[in-house]
Design a protein around this ligand. Structure first.
Ligand code: FAD
Ligand code: NAP
Length: 504
């Protein structure tokens, strides 16, 4: 190598770029690099789950993540919509390869054997070696197990759920974050008996006020929560499709033991980065030994200059599909098209597809208080009743919006939170506004689209008076549209946060 460096000679590699992992990030990066004329190889291999579930190219999002999850969520929402439809007057019966040809895909498990060389092992165990000038690691994560008796033998994870050939029946979901609440939510929406076992809090890292409201809505719609418990043992009572399982759990606060019977136990306690079996030591890539995540600089470069990493395996970054795609695409452009643009990981909007969806962008209230102090924040709240819920007469005042503004910076919006229908669609637009530095004043002068839920952020009674939490702020149907507007506008200027007077 030294001789080559001195003579200026370039090593002859099989590929310009090898991407390990054909998921959201890996596919985006390899497609872009191939489009820029590079010779690229993508290796993707799915290690079957302990239950034997496996799938094809595309990674988590399209096979066992965002897409099947959103479709199941929509299926569950349609069940509510069918009930609502009767109230709206409906009558019905109850029955009811790469852009330039330079990108090649290999279905094989990749691991480094040297810094510029990988071994690819296919399904039949055949080993092939490839070299490349550069590498991108995009191996993603897989569900974590609990490490208690019976977990791998009898429980499933989200990697199995979407391929389950039978109805899961009475289900216990263990965990309380994105995956647990989303899966528990849609299973309940499909009519199943669902319990969520929560170790500590819901949706750690999210605004807790909003997280608890999302949880309360689930509770109001039949999901049971078993709080402050952790499982200790899973036993099979009866095999079958589904069978019967006995779950033993212990309280995190007292000596109490819980025992329950379920048909299915879904473990959703987080995901582990797939970095421990890919020979990173042979390539000299540093990994955080505590969590298996890969630290990178702001250009997604690892400590080994020719090896980059993107997506879920990155330390301290978002684990979201659009983030992996953006990072992969921009990385290829920087490597091969002279671009300087870096992936911006700040103010990434996200939505948890719970039965009542929760979208957020920026800081939670807790984090904002920690960073700026109460005296420097103005926090605006609004409880609302979506128009589509009014005719069926359901879920009054369960929807909620909150924006957190920094008084030190012209009331710039530093936190956006929305709990209500179509949260993903609503949050996406406000995410763009936050990127543009939107302030409360700019929100106030923005004209809403009526009648929508999103307009509550622009034209609503903003009040953090304690009394308001139990008040229906949107008097849609008691009044005509004109009255509604007048009421809203006249109350619009009253910010009860700054006075003890509550207009309602
Ligand atoms: P992945 O998409 O996981 O791809 C990694 C690929 O590499 C996999 O195919 C893997 O098998 C393969 N691989 C691993 N090791 C090797 C190896 N040694 N050799 C060859 N191939 C290998 N995000 C959202 O933005 N919105 C959502 O609504 C959403 N919902 C989700 C729901 C669930 C249930 C889950 C689990 C995740 C969800 N996510 C969602 C997160 C999203 O799926 C991930 O952030 C995204 O897939 C990460 O992309 P990635 O490229 O890092 O990894
Ligand atoms: P996660 O966010 O890491 O949450 C893990 C959950 O499991 C927490 O509630 C945690 O509780 C609990 N837990 C951990 N160990 C436990 C144990 N031993 N016993 C009981 N409970 C335990 O994991 P995730 O829900 O799998 O999500 C992973 C990532 O996927 C997310 O960060 C997200 O970015 C992505 N994702 C995104 C979407 C979306 O965009 N809609 C959907 C799904 C997933 P504690 O709080 O007590 O630690």
């Amino acid at each position: 190598i030294l001789q080559q460096l001195l003579s200026g000679e370039k090593e002859n590699y099989d590929y310009d770029l090898i991407v390990i992992g054909g998921g959201s990030g890996g596919l985006a990066c390899s497609k872009e690099a191939a489009g820029l004329g590079k010779k690229v190889m993508v290796l993707d291999y799915v290690v079957p789950t302990p239950k034997g579930t496996t799938w094809g190219l595309g990674g988590t999002c399209v096979n066992v993540g965002c897409i099947p999850k959103k479709l199941m969520h929509q299926t569950a929402l349609l069940s509510t919509a069918l009930k609502d439809a009767r109230k709206f007057g409906w009558e019905f019966d109850e029955k009811g390869e790469g852009s330039t040809g330079l990108r090649s895909y290999v279905n094989a498990y990749a691991e480094f054997v040297e810094p510029h060389k990988i071994k690819a092992t296919n399904k039949r165990g055949k080993e092939t070696f490839y070299t490349s000038e550069r590498f991108v690691l995009a191996t993603g994560e897989r569900p974590r197990y609990l490490g208690i008796p019976g977990d791998k033998e009898y429980c499933i994870t989200s990697d199995d759920l979407f391929y389950l050939p039978h109805c899961p029946g009475k289900t216990l979901v263990i965990g309380a974050s994105y995956v647990a609440l989303e899966c528990g939510g849609f299973l309940a929406g499909l009519g199943l008996d669902v319990t969520v076992m929560v170790r500590s809090i819901l949706l750690r890292g999210f605004d807790q006020d909003m997280a608890n409201r999302a949880g309360e809505y689930m509770e109001g719609h039949g999901v049971k929560f078993l709080r402050q418990y952790v499982p200790t043992k899973i036993e099979e009572l009866e095999a079958g499709t589904p069978g019967r399982l006995k779950v033993t759990a212990k309280s995190t606060e007292t000596d109490e033991i819980f025992e329950g019977e379920y048909n299915t136990v879904l473990i959703a306690v987080g995901r582990d980065a797939c970095t421990d079996k890919i020979g990173l030591d042979k390539a000299g890539v540093k990994v955080n030994a505590k969590n298996g995540k890969i630290p990178v600089n702001d250009e997604e470069q690892t400590n080994v200059p020719h090896i980059h990493a993107i997506g879920d395996i990155l330390e301290g970054k978002w684990e979201l599909t659009p983030v992996a795609i953006q990072a992969g695409k921009l990385l290829a452009r920087r490597l091969y098209a002279g671009s300087k643009l870096k992936c911006d990981y700040v103010n990434v909007p996200t939505t948890v597809f719970t039965p009542l969806e929760y979208g957020s962008c920026g800081l939670s209230e807790e984090r904002a208080l920690e960073l700026y102090g109460e005296e420097n924040l103005e926090i605006y709240h609004s409880q609302f009743w979506p128009l589509e819920f009014t005719v069926p007469g359901r879920d009054n005042n369960k929807s909620y919006a909150k924006i957190i503004c920094n008084k030190l910076d012209n009331e710039r919006v530093i936190g956006f939170h929305y709990l209500g229908p179509n949260a993903g669609e609503v949050t996406q637009g406000f995410g763009a506004a936050i990127k543009c530095g939107v302030t409360k004043e700019l929100l106030d002068v923005t004209i809403g689209i009526h009648p929508t839920c999103a307009e509550v952020i622009l034209l609503s009674v903003w009040c953090d008076c304690v009394n308001c939490t139990s008040v229906n702020i949107w008097p849609y149907f008691d009044s005509c549209y004109q009255t509604f507007l007048i009421t809203q506008i006249s109350l619009h200027h009253i910010n009860a946060a700054s006075s003890s007077f509550c207009p309602l």
